[in-house]
Design a binder for this molecule. Structure first.
Ligand code: PMP
Ligand code: GLU
Length: 394
């Protein structure tokens, strides 16, 4: 390869592209060529955005709501988010403590930019969502991965956390339900983790984007709701992508201590400015909907989870982590081989898209998304089963 003359920023050079986005794009490309791909790659609900939400956006366009808004969102939307936090999470945030951004991904990106100095350490329980470490690299921070495994149910424990803390530890990521494992922390487990963070004065970014998709309990615990100490150190991130099937609309939000959120506002003032006015109108309508649509979607995901677990159970070479939430089945495939190779072969040879675990810091694993119909789940697992059999014969 010819040596490049382009002088790229040294931090950006280290940043990897997103595996989740790459495979989802490749699956869609194959589909557009008429290939019958079963897509277990997608990290987005397959349901359509509810009609009431779409109508609110159409009304916004027709009514001329197409101009700049305040950088971190309209006051109406921030009030609705504050009301949501109060109702669902028992959290008191004023609209000024809330910043609306272009997706929860953007909210987290902003927070990392605002909080991280060169060399600060960010504690990331592993497996993790693909974008966390790359965002930290962009900001010049240092990733400290905390490996979790079968022994603790892929959950962080106070003892493991404590071992990784240094004088440079600045932020801990908490993601419950987790992408990619689906693991959900109980209130007691979160309380134990918060205690350690309070002791060492470490900020917590609580990524609650899958909050509405929990299957075995109705009790969701928000980290910031665990007392004043927790509240003062936590920035809560959420959005409308998963709960309302609005991934393409790009609306997420963060809420936290006033001083931090003031800097987030300043930062956003000079980067994206406001997220799209029309999407904000749609998100406002979404937050005003009764929970019925969400419950229908959640119940459907729950059925698919049961089906997916039952079918994978029949594949002795694969061991899965039971997902209490989100819509992913994270599977150990190390008995079959290298997960990057497996994911590539499954897509090329039997046209099933899955995400290899390497991007989540778990190279022995593969992520299956069950955000697809029961019929496609059956078809996809059947193909994978046949593919595994064909491998043992070769
Ligand atoms: N956090 C997690 C854990 C995710 O899986 C995602 C991906 N959808 C996001 C944040 C970002 O979601 P969005 O930007 O669509 O709001
Ligand atoms: N978060 C989803 C996923 O993990 C969507 C893709 C992305 O933004 O990473 O698949």
């Amino acid at each position: 390869m010819e040596k490049s003359v382009v002088k790229i920023n040294r931090r950006i050079k280290e940043v990897l592209g997103s595996t989740t986005l790459a495979i989802t794009a490749r699956a869609k490309e194959l589909q557009s060529k008429g290939i019958d791909v079963v897509n277990f790659g997608a990290g987005e609900p397959d349901f359509d955005t509810p009609d009431t939400i779409k109508q609110a956006a159409i009304k916004a366009i027709e009514g001329g709501f197409t101009k700049y808004t305040p950088s971190t969102g309209t006051i109406d939307l921030r009030k609705a988010i504050a009301a949501k936090f109060k109702k669902d999470n028992n959290l008191e945030y004023t609209p000024n403590q809330i910043a609306v951004s272009c997706g929860a991904k953007h909210s987290i990106f902003n927070l990392i930019q605002v909080l991280i100095d060169e060399g600060d350490e960010v504690l990331i329980p592993t497996p993790y969502w693909v974008s966390y470490p790359e965002m930290v690299k962009i900001a010049g921070g240092t990733n400290v991965f905390i490996q979790t495994g079968w022994d603790t149910g892929f959950k962080l424990t106070p003892a493991i956390l404590e071992k990784h803390i240094t004088s440079k530890s600045k932020i801990l990521f908490i993601n419950s339900p987790s992408n990619p494992t689906g693991v959900v922390y109980s209130k007691d487990e979160l309380q134990d983790i918060v205690r350690i963070c309070v002791k060492h004065q470490i900020y917590m970014i609580s990524d609650e984007i899958y909050e509405k998709l929990i299957y075995d309990t109705d009790q969701y615990t928000s980290v910031a709701a665990l007392g004043k100490d927790a509240y003062d150190l936590t920035i809560t991130v959420n959005g409308v992508s998963k709960a309302f099937s609005m991934t393409g609309w790009r609306i997420g939000y963060a809420a936290g201590p006033q001083e931090i959120m003031d800097y987030v506002k300043n930062f956003q003032d000079h980067s994206t400015s406001n997220p799209t006015s029309i999407s904000q109108a749609a998100a406002l309508a979404a937050l005003q909907l009764p929970d019925d649509d969400i419950i229908v979607m959640r119940d459907e995901f729950k059925k698919r989870r049961e089906l997916m677990m039952a079918l994978v159970e029949d594949l002795p070479e694969i061991r899965y982590i039971r997902p209490d939430g989100a819509f992913y089945l994270f599977c150990d495939v190390s008995k079959i081989g290298d997960s990057d190779v497996i994911a590539k072969k499954i897509l090329d040879e039997v046209n099933v898209a899955v995400i290899p675990g390497s991007g989540f810091g778990a190279p022995n694993f593969i992520r299956f998304s069950f955000a697809t119909s029961e019929e496609r789940i059956k078809e996809g697992i059947k193909r994978i089963g046949q593919w595994i059999k064909s491998q043992s014969g070769s």
